[in-house]
Every structure is written in structure tokens, then in C-alpha cells.
Design a protein around this ligand. Structure first.
Ligand code: PEP
Ligand code: MG
Length: 324
């Protein structure tokens, strides 16, 4: 079986009826990069840049960051790479930053909220990213976007840094700009956000906890953390449809994208890119090869309209996979 999977390394992903969703890797460090290449990732769908800030006793400098981003882009050899700006704040202890302790860190000061509040740190990261853009196919993604205003402010700062670099005669290539959709407010207003971005990537790890009001790390409420709950599925569908109505691609980089039970429904919803831990890529590619995307559309519609519980959705999925 391992051998059969290994043969899929250099193949593009294709459903049995010829649809080509992209299978990309999530990475958190440079060590993960090798795994992405070895498992046949068609791109990097999420580079969590937090480690640059966490595994150190000082704020990472522009040059330190530039070297890392450049290496990721060069290693991926012009395959698309999405780098997310820092998702740091309340729930992470950065000794050199003095982020105040909060009662509700997941509802607090983190990610883009902190970046917009500390523009010097944000600008340093954006400059490093823009400089690295010359070495591959870079997209920049903002985490935890909640309002259009936040997104516009982030984009304005990005543009200012681009103009500065161009004036300094530093080579920068055009980058695509996207948001993570992981806050229900953004998911509900996805059609409005679509006017402001080049792509969206659904962050189900946070989106599910915010939809279900259940801390993703609290075992006492883990029964509520339900990826297949129809409420979650309908909101995901809303995001994907908003993207497609506006001719944008819809990606997913939460754990759900690599979940073998969720993939059939997500294929049916028309998700364009699945970004996951590298170790899940080959088995997901093998799974998608067995799926007929038209049958998965039927499955997704059934789950979206006829199910009222997670269990019913799971039963529909098993039915569809066994029938297929
Ligand atoms: C997510 O929320 O789904 C996500 C990918 O971001 P993180 O897991 O880093 O919060
Ligand atoms: Mg998240």
C-alpha cells in the first residue's frame, strides 16, 4: 500500500471524473518543508509563521524572516506558497513582547488584531515577505480577519510597504492577498469580503470552535467540536459559493481539509484547494481518485438540506462511499 501511495507523489490530484483539486501542505517550520516535498505537495497552503516569533528570545528581524521565506519559496520551486502573517497574541507567551494575560485569549488580542495594533512588527514582516516574493509564487494571508475595515487597513499597510520597497529599487513581484476565514462574522459576510481579496482559505480549527462555542482544546466540551455538524457545513458552503460567485478560488487549511470523511463532501462543495499535514496528502490523493465529483455534489446537497445532526451527515457519507 505504501508503494502504491508513493507512486502518487508526482501525479496531480484528479477525481475519477477529472476534477483537479489542489493538495497542498501546511507547514510550521523549515523542517516541515522537506515532508511537504517528499509527500508530493502541489503547493504550501499555509505557512504558520509563529515559530519565528516563538522559538527565540527577540523579535525576528526583517533579514532573519526574509531568509526563511526565501528558502520556502525557492524549495517549492514556483509552486504556489501561501504565507500567513503572525497569529500570535493572548494565548502565546512571548517573553520579549509582554502580551497581557487574558481571561478569554481565543476571543482576545491575537493575530491581525495585534498586527494592526503593533504596526512596526507587522511592517517588518510584510517587508520581509515582499522582498521574498521575487523568489517564487507568493500569496500573503491575514489571520483572524473579522471586519472589512481590518482587512482594508492591513492591505493599506501592505501597499505602503510595497511602494517603499519599489522606491528603494528592491525587486518585488505581484503577490496575491487573501484572508483566513475562521471567524463566523467573516464567513457570513464572505460575499462582501470577496470584493477585497484574491482568495479565501477556510480555517476550520478556529471556525468550528467559534460556530459551536466550544474551545478546541477543552476535552469537557469536545463532544461539541463537530466538523460534520450541518451548521458548520452550511457556513463552509456559504464561503465557497461566495468565492465562486466572484470568480475567486476557495481553499481550506484547517484540519478538516485532510479528514478522510470530510473530503468527499468538500469535493462536492467544489473546494479548490485542500491544505493539510504533509503526511495526509498521498492518502487524500488516493481517496479523491476514487470519487466521482458529481456524486459528491449529490452527497453534499443531501448533507446540507436533509441532515440535522452530525451523525446523520456521517451516515450519508458512509452510504455514498459504499455505493460508489
Ligand atoms: C485554523 O484555525 O483552522 C487554522 C488553520 O489556523 P490555526 O490552526 O493555526 O489556528
Ligand atoms: Mg486559526
Amino acid at each position: 500500500r505504501q508503494n502504491r501511495l508513493a507512486n502518487l507523489r508526482f501525479q496531480t490530484t484528479s477525481s475519477s471524473d477529472g476534477k483537479h483539486p489542489i493538495l497542498a501542505a501546511n507547514i510550521g517550520t523549515l523542517d516541515d518543508l522537506q515532508g511537504a516535498v517528499e509527500n508530493g505537495a502541489e503547493g504550501i497552503g499555509l505557512f504558520r509563521t509563529e515559530f519565528l516569533y516563538m522559538d527565540t528570545n527577540h523579535l525576528p528581524t526583517e533579514d532573519e524572516q526574509f531568509k526563511v521565506y526565501k528558502q520556502v519559496l525557492e524549495t517549492m520551486d514556483h509552486k504556489p506558497v501561501i504565507i500567513r502573517t503572525a497569529d500570535i497574541g493572548g494565548d502565546k507567551d512571548l517573553p520579549y513582547l509582554k502580551v497581557p494575560k487574558e481571561d478569554n485569549p481565543f476571543l482576545g488580542y491575537r493575530a491581525i488584531r495585534m498586527s494592526l495594533d503593533k504596526p512596526d512588527i507587522f511592517r517588518t514582516q510584510l517587508r520581509a515577505l515582499l522582498r521574498a516574493s521575487a523568489f517564487g509564487k507568493l500569496s500573503i494571508m491575514f489571520p483572524m480577519i473579522t471586519t472589512i475595515n481590518e482587512l482594508q487597513r492591513a492591505k493599506t499597510i501592505l501597499n505602503q510597504e510595497r511602494i517603499k520597497l519599489i522606491r528603494e529599487k528592491v525587486p518585488v513581484k505581484p503577490v496575491r492577498v487573501g484572508i483566513m476565514v475562521e471567524v463566523p462574522a467573516a464567513a457570513i459576510l464572505a460575499d462582501q469580503f470577496a470584493n477585497e481579496v484574491d482568495f479565501m482559505s477556510i480555517g476550520t480549527n478556529d471556525l468550528i470552535q467559534y460556530i459551536m462555542a466550544a474551545d478546541r482544546g477543552n476535552r469537557h466540551v469536545s463532544y461539541l467540536y463537530q466538523p460534520y455538524n450541518p451548521a458548520v457545513l452550511r457556513l463552509i458552503k456559504n464561503i465557497i459559493d461566495a468565492c465562486h460567485d466572484n470568480h475567486l478560488p476557495a481553499y481550506m487549511c484547517g484540519e478538516m481539509a485532510g479528514d478522510q470523511l470530510a473530503i468527499p463532501i468538500l469535493v462536492g462543495m467544489g473546494l479548490d484547494e485542500f491544505s493539510m499535514n504533509a503526511s495526509s496528502i498521498l492518502k487524500s490523493r488516493a481517496l479523491i481518485r476514487r470519487l466521482d465529483s458529481r456524486e459528491m455534489v449529490t452527497l453534499a446537497n443531501k448533507a446540507l438540506t436533509m441532515a440535522s445532526t452530525s451523525e446523520e451527515v456521517v451516515a450519508f457519507i458512509h452510504q455514498a462511499l459504499n455505493d460508489g
